[in-house]
Design a protein around this ligand. Structure first.
Ligand code: BES
Ligand code: MN
Ligand code: MN
Length: 456
């Protein structure tokens, strides 16, 4: 173990340069103009895995972006871990708000700035650097490891489940490790104990056969934007309660013990308001802000448009309006059922002079960890040894669509060790990864494999 840690100290600059090279590839999964870049990132990763000594490194094609796989399986009798991550990133827009270009990584003030620095290339490279150090220093890993890094997480992982169903052998593992979540506070290592699911949809309202003169027809002709606003307003009240009938039917309430554990977390509502530039927070009064953002479901309009939005005024009645909607889901809500309830609700409320249609998008089910497994204990010990404090255990409000699928397909316990800073600007301009965390998280991951081997 000492030799591995020494190797990591000596390799810090080299590991950082490898991450920087990886971050230069604009592997934006959502945009077709980046298709070749995504493929290039997969090849880069495959090559890197081979270079650090992982075996059978390969790029597996799918109907969408490829999946990169490698393994190091020494003795099949030993426990096997599956390490999952994603090499795709979110679009970098709006570009003008970046202080340095998103795909030209820049180190300043102890941080590495680039799209994907935290989500998830930085966290993936922390793990791979730790594996590389083990293989270089000891010529082996303490347990068997499979590595599976996908290129479609940011678009809901549509191709991964079909691939895994066709190749179940890739999933043969005793537990799963993922680093694609955040730390609770700067320098406070965190195990993520739950993720919200998601349901994605677009509502489309139409009224008259064309846009109309608001002077000649205003008063009798319906306005599509007005209708859409009324429908949206009927989905959530200003008390934060979602008004879609049946929406809460499957929601599991936190137990008193869980609520006490959440209350004990170092979550600062005042600080949150300050950092968001808000004089007050919105939402359900009887839940804390932490609970509202992690274990309660949401209904959000992500964007809404229709009618005239250009310069000047235009006296027109729009015939069409659209809204992009996402709901975050908690156990035991199901995305398809939620979209069904939403579609029914909109249809029921739609006035006779309008039509509403709901286009359904991606979905993912929520997930909750079971913490009894020894791999969780191994992670706690590795993080404690590295950071000198016990990791926080907390659910997160984000979604990693494949997590619940992996749970369902394998039943294997999952360890979600998050290394991103809570203010890392993931998905936003000026995303960064802390250089200090990059250094220490590699050590924590190297220790984790040792701890895991000893606990089994
Ligand atoms: N890594 C994030 C999810 C995340 C971030 C979970 C922080 C917990 C803490 C992931 O890459 C992500 O952004 N997921 C998307 C999924 C969506 C595109 C289907 C999300 O949550 O919006
Ligand atoms: Mn991610
Ligand atoms: Mn993301």
């Amino acid at each position: 173990m000492t030799s591995v840690l020494e190797r990591l100290s000596a390799r810090y600059e080299d590991d950082l340069n490898d991450l920087i090279a990886f971050l230069r590839i604009p592997s934006v999964s959502a945009q077709s103009q980046h298709r070749d870049d995504v493929a290039r990132a997969a090849r880069w990763l495959e090559e890197y895995l081979r270079r650090i000594g992982m075996n059978h490194a390969r790029t597996l094609p799918t109907a969408g972006h490829p999946v990169v796989y490698a393994e190091w399986i020494d003795d099949p009798e030993k426990p096997t871990a599956l390490l999952y991550g994603h090499y795709d990133v979110q679009p970098a827009d709006p570009l003008e708000l970046w202080e340095t270009p998103p795909f030209e990584p820049d180190t300043r003030e102890g941080r590495l700035y680039a799209r994907g620095a935290s989500d998830d290339k930085g966290q993936v490279m922390v793990h791979l650097a730790a594996l590389g150090a083990w293989l270089a220093a000891e010529g082996r890993l303490p347990i068997n490891v499979r590595v599976l890094i996908e290129g479609e997480e940011e678009i809901g992982s549509p191709s991964l489940e079909p691939l895994l169903r066709a190749h179940p052998e890739l999933l043969r593992a005793d537990f799963i490790v993922i680093s694609d979540t955040t730390m609770f506070a700067e320098g406070l290592p965190t195990l993520c104990t739950g993720l919200r699911g998601i349901a994605v949809a677009e509502a489309h309202v139409t009224t008259a056969a064309s846009d109309l003169h608001s002077g000649l027809f205003g008063g009798a002709a319906p306005n599509a934007v007005q209708v859409l606003c009324e429908l949206i307003a009927a989905c959530k009240g200003s008390d934060g309660k979602i008004r879609i009938p049946g929406f809460y039917d499957r929601v599991v309430e936190p137990t008193p013990q869980e609520r006490a554990a959440y209350a004990a977390l170092p979550f600062d509502e005042q600080q949150l308001m300050k950092s968001l530039g808000l004089p007050a927070l919105a939402g359900e009064a009887e839940y804390t802000a932490f609970e509202r953002t992690t274990i309660r479901p949401t209904f959000e309009v992500n964007g809404m448009w229709g009618g005239f939005t250009g310069e000047g005024s235009k006296t027109v009645i729009p015939q069409e309006a659209r809204a992009k909607i996402t709901c975050r889901l908690v156990p035991d809500q199901d995305p398809e059922e939620i979209l069904e309830l939403l579609a029914d609700h909109l249809r029921r409320l739609c006035p006779p002079y309008a039509r509403v249609e709901l286009q359904r998008g991606a979905g993912a089910r929520p997930w909750k960890a079971s913490l009894e497994h020894p791999s969780t204990q191994a992670a706690i010990r590795a993080l404690e040894a590295t950071y000198g404090r016990r990791p926080a255990l907390a659910p997160s409000g984000g979604s990693i669509p494949i997590v619940e699928t992996l749970d369902r397909l394998t039943g294997a316990p999952m360890v979600l060790m998050g290394f991103a800073d809570p203010g890392c600007n993931a998905h936003a301009p000026n995303e960064f990864f802390s250089l200090e965390t990059f250094r220490t998280a590699r050590e924590a991951c190297a220790r984790f494999w040792q701890e895991a081997a000893e606990t089994f």
